[in-house]
Design a protein around this ligand. Structure first.
Ligand SMILES: [Zn+2]
Length: 275
């Protein structure tokens, strides 16, 4: 399986780039960062599958992204280049450092503006090895109203105890284009996520974190489903009985064991389709 963005890194390891300084003098720059190495083909295949599953499940559309921490180096992560997730192939996967710099990517590649979301969550959370950022539509109302997103049923127990809402006006100190376009905003978002599994971004979308790729895909899909169900319950009216935190904790332990069934089903479906 060809993965040019990762394979050509070795050449950059000890290379000292020569460039003009702002004053016109020739200066030596720091060495290009070394690659963490080529991941196993199965790792790349699963990341490609995750992109297609999340598009197929209507969590991602033309926008949004899914990443994994590099298995060989916790200071790196892997994510598709700037491309609609349903179109991602193995050769589109790029390695990034935790400052959001691409490592060894082909010159023609462009990169997601919001890669700092992933970088700063990996920096802040050693337990997180996979991240999804989406604009999944049913969650948007819960970022802009006073109704907190809460677990309606056992399948969404991971939403307990809390789904915080990130307010970009507060983080940036004023009006923005709503995007997490630098490390500073990414760090603020990671701080609001805290130890939780999901954070909503007011007027934008959400971020879902998990220790593994199948689990982050499961959580991203069922965050969207739970939001739909919760809006239906609100429309019916009257008080809603959410999962108690103790019920959620117990149900979550079961989800950790059984989410692989969903991954196997979804992966088989999307890998039978042509991208
Ligand atoms: Zn976004």
């Amino acid at each position: 399986m060809a993965i040019p963005g990762v394979m050509r890194l070795a050449a950059a390891v000890s290379f000292l780039a020569i460039a003009s300084s702002p004053h016109g003098a020739i200066a030596q720059q720091a060495p290009a960062p070394a690659s963490a190495g080529q991941p196993a083909p199965a790792v790349i295949e699963d990341l490609v599958a995750a992109n297609r599953i999340l598009a197929d499940q209507q969590v991602l559309d033309a926008y949004g992204h899914v990443s994994i921490r590099h298995p060989a180096n916790p200071q790196r992560f892997l994510m598709g280049r700037n491309l609609a997730p349903a179109l991602v192939k193995a050769e589109d996967i790029v390695e990034y450092d935790l400052d959001g710099n691409a490592v060894g990517a082909p010159a023609g590649f462009t990169h997601f503006l919001e890669r700092f979301i992933h970088a700063e969550i990996y920096r802040a959370r050693a337990d997180v090895n996979a991240v999804v950022h989406s604009h999944s539509p049913a969650i948007i109302p819960f970022g802009v109203t006073q109704a907190p997103l809460k677990p309606m049923y056992h399948i969404a127990a991971f939403l307990s105890p809390n789904v915080p809402v990130f307010e970009i006006r507060k983080a940036a100190g004023g009006m923005t284009n709503m995007l997490i376009g630098d490390g500073k905003l990414g760090k603020s978002l990671a701080e609001v996520l805290g130890p939780n599994n999901v954070v909503l971004m007011r007027g934008h979308g959400n971020v879902v974190a998990a220790p593994t790729l199948p689990l982050v895909v499961f959580r991203a899909v069922y965050t969207e489903v739970n939001a739909r169900l919760q809006a239906q319950a609100i429309a019916i009216g009257g008080p809603i009985t959410f999962l108690d935190p103790e019920e959620a904790e117990k149900a979550n332990k079961v989800l950790d064991q059984i989410h692989g069934r969903a991954w196997d089903l979804w992966k088989r479906k999307v890998m039978e389709q042509k991208p």
